[in-house]
Design a protein around this ligand. Structure first.
Ligand code: ADP
Length: 390
């Protein structure tokens, strides 16, 4: 039987999955994570589809992504010696302006994706390192790139562009949007389970360490909060989200900060961590109960409400609001605050359903259906790898 491996490499983490194929559909066998790559406390863990722990170990020898990948692939080959890896699906953050679907990776397509690294310097090089390592390990397997930007390629020019002279658009300075694999999963899930909503106007809030929102009409992206980079829009664990570009000019020109310092500030020291002075982790903030932690959550949910209004305007109204991602799926507090005073848009939460993370958390009176749908980016990658392979 053919098997598919999925890889999702971040700057210090590597998520992976192993899928069997049944009747042409991927069927998960195990998923796992290597995090804190490069530190003395790198951690590698894997769980079977039923939730049983397969592996859980701290290691001081995972110095880089090559070693992490090598350990993951060795682990999978040891635990599942019968698996025949026919395809490896890679999450690639940036597909540029033209890639609107997954593609087979070849030496030529890899080179062209490398040229996009300056657009996503903190993500793209790691994604591609995973692809190179997997090619070496499984030279006969199809290597398939699945882009976070692809889902948004249906957006109109007014959504895509910044108000800069046209030559900047031509050089690639435009809004790309991210988290596309997650939005693709949610749109597909709605198509199967709630076709009326899928055909309507939906806002999806993907709230994790990275956070963004997307307006989807008839299953297609019409607007998103992330733009040129994964920095724009909502505040995140450590990223600032939307910020007046004048602030950056002030820091660079008046305060003498170096570009690298500003980048570090915006990507690693801001967001929930910067506001709370405590943690980037929503669970820790909810537990802390300090004024600063409360303020960080209040800012996060205020920006969600503002973006909800903006994306609903782009859609011409709202039929459904979907929460997903680690925070969206688990934090009743964030969902409750995000929906507070949104009655004008037709949103009314059922507080018991919200507390229990039910699938539908809106009341019977609510004009807008509010839902909690766990995302599954790995499944989208595995499906795409099988499709492209066949
Ligand atoms: P990533 O973007 O790294 O994939 P996740 O989607 O896993 O992130 O989301 C991580 C976030 O989800 C963290 O802020 C974590 O605190 C939050 N989270 C997970 N479980 C809960 C929970 N039960 N309550 C509140 N927040 C949670």
């Amino acid at each position: 039987m053919d098997h598919v491996v999925t890889l999702n490499a971040g700057s210090s983490s590597l998520k992976f999955g192993l899928f069997a194929t049944k009747a042409g559909e991927p069927c998960v066998i195990c998923t796992g994570l290597v995090d804190r790559i490069g530190s003395a406390e790198a951690h590698i863990s894997a769980r079977l589809s039923g939730g049983e722990t397969l592996f859980d170990e701290v290691s001081d020898s995972i110095r880089d992504h090559d070693i992490a990948l090598d350990q993951v692939l060795t682990l999978l080959q040891q635990e599942f010696p019968e698996a025949r890896i026919a395809a490896v699906g890679h999450r690639i953050v940036h597909g540029g302006p033209d890639n609107d679907r997954p593609v087979l990776l070849t030496p030529d397509s890899l080179r062209s994706l490398e040229s996009l690294a300056p657009f996503a310097p903190l993500h793209q090089p790691y994604n591609l390192a995973g692809a190179y390592a997997a090619m070496k390990r499984f030279p006969d397997a199809a290597q398939v790139a699945c882009f976070d930007t692809a889902f948004h390629r249906t957006q109109s020019w007014v959504n895509d562009t910044f108000a800069l002279p046209g030559e900047y658009y031509d050089m690639g300075v435009r809004r790309y949007g991210f988290h596309g694999l997650s939005y693709d999963y949610i749109a597909g899930h709605l198509q199967q389970t709630a076709p009326d909503l899928h055909a309507g106007r939906v806002v999806v809030a993907h709230l994790g360490n990275g956070a963004s929102m997307c307006a989807i009409k008839d299953g297609r992206s019409v607007g998103s909060t992330m733009g040129f980079s994964p920095l724009d829009g909502l505040p995140m664990g450590t990223r600032s989200g939307q910020i007046d570009p004048g602030v950056l000019l002030y820091l660079l020109e008046q305060k003498g900060m170096e570009a690298a310092e500003v980048s570090d500030l915006l990507y690693r020291k801001s967001g929930l961590l910067g506001l709370s002075g405590l943690s980037n982790d929503m669970r820790a903030l909810e537990k802390a109960g300090t004024t600063e932690a409360g303020n960080a959550i209040a800012y996060f949910t205020y920006r969600i409400r503002r973006e909800m209004g903006s994306l609903s305007a782009a859609l011409g109204g709202l039929d459904a609001l979907v929460f997903t991602g680690g925070i969206g799926e688990n934090s009743a507090l964030v969902r409750q605050q995000a929906c507070e005073e949104m009655g004008w848009l037709g949103i009314d939460l059922n507080s018991d359903a919200n507390q229990s993370n039910a699938t539908t958390i809106s009341s019977d009176m609510s004009r807008v259906q509010v839902m909690v749908i766990p995302t599954n980016e790995e499944l989208v990658i595995a499906r795409a790898a099988l499709n492209v392979m066949s």
